[in-house]
Design a protein around this ligand. Structure first.
Ligand SMILES: NC(=O)c1ccc[n+]([C@@H]2O[C@H](COP(=O)([O-])OP(=O)(O)OC[C@H]3O[C@@H](n4cnc5c(N)ncnc54)[C@H](O)[C@@H]3O)[C@@H](O)[C@H]2O)c1
Length: 386
């Protein structure tokens, strides 16, 4: 079953790596390392195959996708041989990328986004289109009364105010066009009562927020260990140094605050208390897409004896994120096909700041994901073979 993957921020590092990766998998030029949906516990007939994914998207910049891919290859994020082997496939995706609508009221822009989604679905005879937000992180918006109610929101969007931040306008357009929505970023997206009500009314599933690919992934493994051994974590401080487009965006204090909030959540949830310390993010242009995280954890054992753990993580952010974007598109498409609506809390495994999660432990989230996958493969309404 052909499935659309509409990327908001389609010319960014994560999006480009996801597109090149999926095209390379389809052409048999690479293996699925990093793709959770190819593990025996998760894969199965309900998931669309990589070859069935059709890509499109919006961006505010017009840098050709092939140029973006070449730049990522030069930076060591993508193998240059893959980019060189896929010129026609990349040109095909290029034809499906659209400029982010930027004229008229927010209602006009949402309608234009909705038209792009519907035409994409029709043009390719797609069973469904999953919209995935991988655009630059934006600051949290100020409160607005229309955020509480779908009718008030609809009316306000036609007025002169910028009622919704861009991520939420895309989420609005996606759900009202009947498209499942995934937020891989810490931006607001669907997290407004008016929007979740609209998603419910349109019977679409949604997932988020903020892909868990590095320091927070380690936190979600290590924090439960301290809790299970009844050790008291006294402080947990982290410093993240990163370059690239994401790093440049996060140099803005307001965007940085949204990211730091989502990174700290796992500690409070897993330990049941918040240790001292903070997570800091610093932009170092030279590092490009490669991120270094240093964490220092101090903890107390029997009789109050103080100890410490330090770790250093050197990750290539887009290479870690892209397979998860493909996983999320496949799983969310399968959930939609099986009739799931509302928040997909079983996908918490993928996120720093998951919807409706009761535990931040990666092991618990993995168990839930596997159970969800089993259920999808057992009873999807229009399950397809991957
Ligand atoms: N790489 C990771 O490991 C990781 C993990 C979790 C979350 N994320 C999030 O994924 C997002 C993308 O990261 P990236 O490294 O690709 O960043 P990037 O800066 O390379 O790409 C972002 C893209 O979004 C586009 N954009 C900005 N505003 C837009 C709008 N209003 N409409 C459409 N497009 C818009 C930009 O032009 C750019 O092409 C960020 O929000 C980041 O925080 C990444």
């Amino acid at each position: 079953m052909r499935t659309g993957v509409w990327l908001v921020g389609a010319r960014g590092s994560v999006a480009t790596t996801s597109i090149v990766g999926a095209l390379a998998l389809r052409a048999g030029l690479t293996g699925p390392t990093g793709c959770v949906t190819e593990l025996p516990e998760v894969r199965g007939p309900a998931l669309p195959a990589f070859a069935d994914l059709v890509f499109g998207g919006h961006d505010v910049v017009t840098t050709p996708l092939a140029k973006r891919a070449e730049a990522l290859a030069t930076a060591g994020v993508l193998p240059a041989r893959l980019v060189a082997a896929l010129p026609e496939e990349l040109a095909e995706v290029e034809r499906e990328l659209r400029p982010a609508p930027n004229t008229g009221s927010q209602a006009d822009r949402a309608a234009a986004i909705g038209r792009d989604l519907t035409e994409f679905r029709q043009r390719h005879g797609l069973a469904r289109v999953v919209v995935v937000n991988v655009a630059a992180t934006e600051p949290a918006p100020g409160p607005h009364p229309a955020h509480a109610d779908p009718d008030a929101l609809r009316a306000a969007l036609s007025g002169p105010d910028e009622v919704l931040p861009p991520s939420s306008l895309y989420a609005y357009a996606a759900v009202t066009a009947g498209c499942p929505y995934v937020d891989f970023t810490p931006s607001t997206g669907l997290r407004l009562p008016a929007l979740t009500a609209l998603a419910d009314a349109h019977r679409v599933p949604y997932a988020g927020h903020d892909g868990k690919t590095g320091e927070t992934l380690l936190k979600s493994v290590l924090a439960p260990m301290f809790a299970m051994r009844h050790l008291t974590v006294r402080s947990w401080s982290g410093l993240n140094l990163l370059g690239g487009g994401d790093g440049a965006t996060l140099a803005d204090p307001a965007a940085n605050a949204a990211k730091v909030r989502s990174k700290q959540r796992v500690l409070g949830e897993t330990l049941g208390y918040l240790p001292q310390g903070d997570t800091r993010i610093e932009y170092v242009e030279e590092l490009g897409d490669f991120k270094t995280a240093w964490d220092l954890v101090t903890f107390a054992g029997f009789l109050g004896t103080g100890m410490r753990l330090e770790f250093t993580w050197h990750g290539c952010d887009s290479a870690l994120a892209a397979p998860l974007v493909l996983d999320l598109a496949r799983l969310t498409a399968a959930a939609h096909a099986a009739g799931h609506t509302g928040p997909l809390a079983d996908l918490a495994f993928f996120f720093k700041d998951p919807l409706d999660s009761t535990t931040g432990s990666l092991a618990d989230q993995w168990t839930r994901l596997c159970a969800f996958a089993r259920q999808l493969h057992g009873g999807g309404a229009d399950a397809t073979h991957g």
